[in-house]
Design a binder for this molecule. Sequence first.
Ligand SMILES: [Zn+2]
Length: 436
Amino acid sequence: MNNFLKFLKPSVDAFHAQDEIKKELIKSGYIELEENKKWKFQNGGKYFVVRDDAAIIAFTLPNNLESLDLEMSYNVVAAHLDSPTFKLKPNFDFEKSGYGMLNTEVYGGPILNSWFDRPLNINGRVIVKTPTGVKSVLVNLNKPMCIIPNCSIHYRPELNTGVKVNAQLDLVPLFKDRDSNVDLYSIIAKKYELKKENIISSDLYLSILDRGCIGGADDSFIIAPQIDNLECSYAILEAIKNSKPQDETVNVGAFFNSEEIGSDTINGAASDFLSSILERISLSLGYKIVEHKVLLANSFMISADNAQGFHPNYSNLYDPTNAVYLNGGIVIKSAARGSYTTNAMSMAIFMEICKRSKAKFQLNTNRSDVRGGSTLGAISLSQVSIPSVDIGLAQVAMHSSMETSGAYDLDELIKALKGFYKTNIKMVSSNEFKLI
Ligand SMILES: [Zn+2]
């Protein structure tokens, strides 16, 4: 469990989460491939590809590539690396009555109130000039750089009875006092040994400096920022890091950016990142496009994103027979309107994987009058249409700056994903699958 917190500590945004995953994969013998080069593979090879600094896809190839014919298939697990936060606008310097403020905009759907009065870090990437062009540098100041202070209760007693929070008026972080004349790019330039004048642009975000803890009686809860969805991302990393090359399956771990803003970016689940990587693997191994379609028909995808765990203080918000609980095991999500990819067939296949892996699971739907969220699974299916299931781990306070999940559930998910990566799922006919 502590290892999850170790992963979470530097993973302050999607850029740094990608970077942590990359470092761990390299330690486990994975080799980086570039999208703008031709690929050459080895039997049992382990590879990864990064797209635009904030998404990464890792995969292991089977042992005997020459003798595979049409027996090869893809076992994919996908998650997202981004979390709701605030992003600095391009002209972020903002003065209010002499105080130095930072002009930000909301990224995704955070619980706005939960961001008041917390020491906030600044992190992301800057783009710097090089002798021949431009390049990105990831930056994490890893210090309390700013704060969004609440109004005093004496001046605004209605704070305790409910007030609307205005993103442009109430949520501007306080960065410096009236006498200070430092500027953010100078601080970044100094820390990363850059020339300030070479910093051209940036994708900078706020993050919660307190990187979480294990708490509750029996240490049964994880209380931390960005649990949605770094918890599932960590489980995939653990499973694929330890997965051995299989006889017929290509094991894939896909980590996307931009789920919190709709996935419709160059490295979100709605991009061609996953479909392009799978196609390039098949083509590089000598398959034709029509054969690639055969391989896909024998493939399976798990979309892993956290789920709404039962909250005892708001018990009326949950479905009477399909509520899920912290430490109740992996959550299998389904919805009649198709916002999750799960159907009876993919649910049954995943349940069988859990049973074989001795991993606990529970079933979840929203109340019929609650719309609920959707996940990257359904979005990704529009690009790569393979049988899929939506799962996750139960948590409360989703999209708060500090979220809470069950400390024992993570191991159940790691067990199930390790089991999945050892399973070969084959379509026997359009209504029958076998699990080997
Ligand atoms: Zn999520």
